[in-house]
Design a protein around this ligand. Structure first.
Ligand code: G3H
Ligand code: ZN
Length: 286
């Protein structure tokens, strides 16, 4: 069923695993991620960036598409449709109105006071409708769609600020930027585990790890042990999908039917997602 992230993530904290947020980019990503979740019997969060929503045809189309596929595939596992890095109160309300079951309000580029006030506004609307809310503090480096944060701007979240934001807004989960990066890492990621532990203890909230692509498994496990209950992955699935398309087209220069190269891309995404679900420990936790 279509649900918010709240129960999903609280269960994950208890069970010491993390639910994957896998971003959708097109029809094949959506199909692959839903199929992977059902086959793994894993809860799943479909991440939708504003850019991806524009590309695919808008929030309403996405909700309709996900609902239709869930019916077609007879999906039994918990699925959340989540706005990824929502840029404004208005965008969050638009997604909620379209039927999203969860939103992230990314007020991390604002001063703390403003981040708190905009997050609080979103929570007030979302919670009336049973929609969960994720907030961000600090700044996650790298690039995702319209969101570009260069190395100098990337910032670690401050635990005392996380505590204040959590208490004053009532958010359901929190993404403290602690050295993770969108897109591939240059060298090993340097995650601030001490702060992660501190933020979790202070706020008591399930934590979210953005930039899940390229984080070594031991770091993933450590993050989960410190209260990370949601891990976002996009680039890794995009790379798997692109590699499959390249292979088919390189080996078969006469192919032009999109089903011939997007079908294999879909399989590659599905395999990548299943691997992540096992790595995050969410397989069999539906
Ligand atoms: O919000 C989405 C994620 O943080 C994705 O990060 O593309 O580095 O896997 P990634
Ligand atoms: Zn992110």
């Amino acid at each position: 069923p279509l649900v918010s992230m709240t129960a999903m993530l609280n269960k994950a904290v208890q069970g010491k695993y993390a639910v994957g947020q896998f971003n959708i980019n097109n029809l094949e990503f959506t199909q692959a991620i839903l199929q992977a979740a059902e086959e793994e019997q894993s809860p799943v969060i479909l991440g939708v960036s504003e850019g991806a929503a524009r590309y695919m045809g808008g929030f309403k189309l996405i909700v309709g598409l996900v609902k239709s596929l869930m019916e077609e595939y007879k999906i039994t596992v918990d699925v959340a449709i989540h706005l990824d890095h929502g840029s404004s109160f208005e965008k969050c309300v638009e997604a909620i109105h379209a039927g999203f079951t969860s939103v992230m309000i990314d007020g991390s580029h604002n001063p703390l006071e403003e981040n708190i006030s905009i997050t609080k506004k979103v929570v007030e609307v979302a919670h009336v409708l049973g929609v969960s809310v994720e907030a961000e503090l600090g700044r996650i480096g790298g690039q995702e769609d319209d969101l570009v944060v260069d190395d100098a701007e990337a910032m670690y979240a401050i635990p005392a600020e996380c505590d204040r934001l959590a208490k004053e807004t009532g958010v359901d989960c929190l993404a403290p930027a602690l050295g993770s990066v969108h897109g591939p890492y240059k060298g090993e990621p340097k995650l601030g585990f001490d702060r992660m532990e501190e933020v979790q203890k202070l706020t008591g909230l399930p934590l979210v790890l953005h930039g899940g692509t390229g984080i070594p498994t031991p770091h993933i496990q450590r993050a989960i042990s410190l209260g990370t209950a949601k891990i976002n992955v996009n680039t890794e699935n995009q790379i798997a999908s692109a590699a499959a398309v390249r292979k088919v087209l390189a080996e078969n220069p006469n192919v032009y039917d999109p089903r011939k190269y997007l079908g294999p891309a879909r399989e590659a995404i599905k395999d990548a997602v299943k691997g992540k679900m096992r790595e995050f420990g969410s397989s069999g936790k539906a």
